[in-house]
Design a protein around this ligand. Structure first.
Ligand code: SF4
Ligand code: SF4
Length: 380
């Protein structure tokens, strides 16, 4: 068969050809994919198909995450783990520059380390949306973060449509999933039946088409495409949670004084977990370090969280000293002020903040409680 891949076409690859795809990608990229470590699915560099979480599934509930062995050979039979792809585009720790003492003054050397060219394998639809949200934060008309841009520009993305949802997923109500509709080079749906195991692959870009030239495939027929569509449609019916986003910005703006903030603050430990697992949160702090001789200094950027008191420190003290103020700030930013700042919600419905909150605080439930008892008072 003549191999004429065109963007928007669908092909199928057998399950073991996934190894070949990884091999082809490895020639040009550092391939990052899901793998199991210490009881969780995380993302890190993988060298082959054997490192993928084959036959692993996961369970999510408020404050609960467990892996379990599946009875089948599903490669992507889990939902999302505690990590997101943001750690590769917006690293948790990054040196910005160093300064070296020379002839009585300091010479500043900016950090222009070239990040590796990366291929992400297994990006869920909610996480594709999260990357698009962070693009608006780090590469907007006014400001561009050069380190983020250099990582993002060369990125190759293989998305995976979700074949199952879990207890804390609510991508459908955030309009971000479970099907990947944009932002990918290739997008796969895993088909697993009695004697069949293959992937329906949608080709999203010319780059994706070029990559597929090195992978054995067949053109997908109508039935195979319909099966893939059916799987995603079924997943959409399995959402564990939902968020009513009607008028949500105004709802939160007119409920700054809602008693629910006190209620949630009594449960919130201000531990910062929700912000660290969130694929869109981008708070950072700056730390300067010097060596003991005073000859060299370095400036580092590190992930921070709006749940720490220090994060809102301005001259003379912190602005948000209470858990009430910090939880309200986080949720109102996610669902309301983010829209004013970036033209999009800061929440993509991945459910990680619910799963990884040690006390099971649920952003959908908090929003619902405020909606059910809307004070209707506009802030000044
Ligand atoms: S909402 Fe949960 S995860 Fe977030 S800071 Fe509070 S206790 Fe920690
Ligand atoms: S706020 Fe929670 S559900 Fe929304 S994107 Fe962040 S971690 Fe996911």
């Amino acid at each position: 068969m003549a191999k004429q891949n065109v963007t928007g076409e669908f092909v199928i690859i057998e399950s073991d050809a996934l190894g070949k795809l990884i091999e082809v990608l490895k020639a040009d990229y550092e391939v990052i994919g899901p793998t199991v470590r210490e009881g969780a699915v995380i993302y890190e560099e993988i060298s082959g198909m054997e490192e993928l979480p084959t036959s692993w599934g996961d369970e999510h509930e408020g404050g609960k995450y467990r892996l379990h062995k599946r009875q089948d050979k599903a490669v992507f039979g889990f939902v999302v783990g505690p990590q997101s792809w943001k750690k590769f585009l917006f690293p948790p720790v990054l040196k910005l520059f160093s300064a070296h003492k020379k002839n009585g003054s300091f010479q500043v050397v900016e950090n222009h380390d070239s990040p590796p060219r990366m291929a992400f394998l297994g990006v869920r639809a909610c996480d594709l949306s999260a990357i698009a949200v962070q693009d608006k934060v780090f590469m907007n008309e006014k400001f561009t973060d050069s380190n983020y841009k250099s990582r993002r520009d060369d990125l190759f993305i293989v998305a995976v449509n979700c074949a199952e949802a879990d207890g804390t997923c609510f991508c459908v109500s955030m309009n971000t999933g479970p099907k990947a509709t944009f932002g990918f080079d290739l997008s796969m749906t895993e088909i697993l039946a009695k004697n069949e195991h293959y992937f329906v692959v949608e080709i999203g870009t010319e780059k994706g088409a070029k990559t597929m030239e090195g992978v054995p495939y067949k053109v997908a027929n109508k039935e195979q495409k319909n099966r893939a569509e059916g799987i995603v449609a079924n997943t959409a019916k399995q959402m564990g949670r939902s968020m009513d986003t009607t008028d949500i910005k105004e709802l939160l703006y007119r409920n700054y004084e809602h008693p629910r903030w006190e209620d949630v603050a009594e449960r919130c430990l201000t531990c910062t977990n929700c912000t660290l697992v969130c694929p869109t949160c981008f708070c950072a702090t700056i730390e300067d370090v010097t060596d003991l001789s005073g000859e060299t200094a370095e400036r580092w950027r590190k992930w921070d969280s709006c749940f720490t008191k220090e994060h809102s420190y301005v001259h003379g003290g912190s602005v948000r000293t209470s858990a009430v103020a910090r939880y309200r700030q986080w949720m109102t930013h996610k669902l309301a002020t983010w829209i004013d700042q970036f033209g999009t919600s800061g929440c993509v419905g991945c459910g990680r903040c619910i799963t990884w909150c040690p006390v099971g605080i649920d952003i959908t439930e908090e929003a619902r409680a405020i909606r059910e008892n809307d004070l209707g008072v506009k802030s000044k």
